[in-house]
Design a protein around this ligand. Structure first.
Ligand SMILES: [Mg+2]
Length: 275
């Protein structure tokens, strides 16, 4: 069971300057469940008024970019499709680039399956035909899907395993959460005894590169804000991009280590703006 910290909330460590582009995680950073987190709507509105670039980078493959545009609009955050990059975006890009002719078995919800079909991929649940098994955040995961992945990977020994994102759970408003793609990946790895060969979500640089597309900006003029040290913040550190962790999702102040010495620390998303 997750328990709250008994430590007093440390003071925020805030940026003292403006950046030219702001990258945001979504779950646990901009909203929890269907509710915008305190300060999120105002922070995005302030950045819009300033005329800087805003991008949203989510590992969550259970919604299409259009569904994210609609969800954010419902919270009062206006966005456009080109401002949303998810692990669906990177998964389709990676498969199109490196495995154009592959037959895919996506253990995934409809938005990823639809994106793969629209990109022209052949989807199959015949283990003798499958070249790539995708482990994803799939709330319809069941024993039959596990058996198909097991047969394709272990019995036929022809498929490879990739995942959309490495998150172990998706945070919920009540402090609970929902098992995410890491759990499904682990179930397949445990029985098939084959390692996952590629991950399409943060901290992979794929998601950041996709988000940076069209922005002619050096990394040090951008800032990445997220609630997870192992994905959002790790990706930014690896890319030498300024980063801010916000303690409204997974990470707690006591989780930070020497690796995070230069990471801004926010108790609320509006502390991202210079005071
Ligand atoms: Mg998050």
């Amino acid at each position: 069971m997750k328990t709250g910290s008994s430590l007093a909330t440390p003071p925020a460590v805030r940026p003292s300057c403006w950046y030219d582009a702001y990258f945001f995680d979504l779950d646990g950073t901009i909203y929890l469940g269907d509710e915008a987190l305190p300060g999120a709507v105002e922070t995005i509105a302030c950045l819009r008024r300033r005329g800087v670039q805003v991008r949203f980078l989510s590992n969550n493959p259970t919604k299409s970019p259009q569904q994210y545009v609609d969800k954010l609009a419902g919270m009062g955050i206006a966005t456009t499709l080109d401002e949303i990059t998810t692990s669906i975006t990177t998964t389709v890009w990676w498969l199109t680039t490196y495995h154009r002719e592959a037959t895919i078995f996506p253990i995934a919800e409809e938005p990823l399956c639809q994106a793969l079909r629209e990109a022209g991929f052949r989807l199959s649940d015949d283990p003798s035909q499958i070249d790539i098994v995708i482990a994803s955040y799939d709330r319809g995961f069941d024993y039959a899907k596990l058996q198909t992945a097991f047969d394709a990977l272990w019995y036929h020994k022809r498929a490879i395993l990739i995942q959309t994102n490495p998150d172990r759970y998706c945070p919920f408003p009540d402090g609970r959460g929902q098992p995410d793609a890491a759990a499904i990946t682990a179930a397949i790895e445990a029985c098939a005894q084959v390692p996952c060969q590629a991950s399409m979500g943060k901290p992979s640089p794929l998601l950041l590169e996709a988000g940076l597309a069209g922005l002619d900006l050096p990394h040090d003029r951008c800032i990445m804000t997220g609630d997870r040290l192992g994905t959002d913040i790790r990706m930014a550190i690896d890319a030498h991009m300024p980063a801010a962790v916000v303690f409204t999702g997974e990470a707690r102040p006591e989780d930070l280590t020497a690796l995070h010495a230069d990471v801004f620390r926010l108790n609320s998303i509006n502390q991202l703006l210079p005071g």
